[in-house]
Write a protein that binds this ligand. Structure first.
Ligand code: NAD
Length: 256
């Protein structure tokens, strides 16, 4: 379905971003990966679909590196049709204990990076009159939790950015939407399970049960594959008039 299309997925060396990249490649898109950690492992998984894969190591907290990445994508892949803004980090602390440099990093990586990729990518999409921007927000883009002020602020911010950009593109073939996952078992969340296990003096299984029990009525993790299938739907012709949504896939989290 996406043969001939090009995609950039930020933060795609693990977790949700890697799931998005794999689904885009499986559907025929040429993909640029980004992120840290096991770069070769991510590349070889995506390469298996034979649709074409490349990588850029831009640090998403650095606007100049983001600009370089988008230009490289447009040059190496011959364009940028599908932009998935996914890179994200977390820090858990009350406002009065929140290190200012962690606040700045979360706002830069989880929110401002999407502004920078979008300002670079939208002109080409509008010119070709087709494009998809998919912002990976969170249930925390719709409701809050204590001790996650920077993350909640960034995720509410990206939902607002999504709506505004969607309206700017409304008469074009470019759609801009957000996906709002509940808990997904990725390295980002495993750290929070580990912290819960240490704090409560319980094992991994009990810490997981408590984490889910607090927020996610389904009591099961959302999977990267489920989120990626929604992204693929948004890229399909059926998604042409899905514009400016913040679509939660959250096991019932925000229905409460
Ligand atoms: P993850 O830790 O598995 O992946 C994060 C990715 O971002 C990795 O590829 C990492 O290398 C990359 N990254 C981190 N800092 C970066 C930087 N400065 N520059 C470039 N890349 C960077 O986490 P995940 O859970 O897959 O999270 C992906 C997105 O999904 C994040 O935006 C997160 O907020 C969001 N999200 C996750 C959950 C969840 O439960 N896991 C829920 C809702 C939303």
């Amino acid at each position: 379905m996406l043969k001939g299309k090009t995609a950039l997925v930020t933060g795609s060396t693990s977790g949700i971003g890697l799931g998005m990249a794999l689904a885009l490649a499986r559907n025929g898109a040429r993909v640029m990966l980004n992120g840290f950690g096991d770069i070769e492992g991510a590349k070889s998984q995506v390469r298996a679909f034979d649709s074409g894969v490349t990588y850029h190591g831009a640090d998403m907290s650095k606007p100049a590196e983001i600009e370089d990445m988008v230009r490289a994508c447009q040059k190496e892949l011959g364009g940028l049709d599908i932009l998935v803004n996914n890179a994200g980090i977390q820090h858990v602390a009350n406002v009065e204990d929140f290190p200012p440099e962690r606040w700045d990093a979360i706002i830069a990586i989880n929110l401002s990076s999407a502004f920078h990729t979008m300002r670079m990518a939208l002109p080409g999409m509008k010119q070709r009159n087709w494009g998809r921007v998919i912002n990976v927000a969170s249930a925390h883009g719709l409701v809050a939790s204590a001790a996650k002020s920077a993350y909640v602020a960034a995720k509410h911010g990206i939902v607002g950015l999504t709506k505004s950009a969607a309206l700017e593109c409304a008469t074009t073939g470019v759609t801009v939407n957000a996906i709002c996952p509940g808990w997904v078992l990725t390295p980002l969340v495993q750290k929070q399970v580990d912290a819960r296990a240490a704090k409560d003096g319980v094992d991994n299984a009990e810490a997981t049960r408590r984490l889910l029990g607090e927020k996610q009525p389904s009591m099961t993790f959302v999977t990267p594959e489920q989120l990626a299938e929604l992204a693929i739907f948004m890229c399909s012709p059926a998604g042409d008039n899905v514009r400016g949504v913040a679509w939660n896939v959250d096991g019932g989290w925000v229905a409460q």
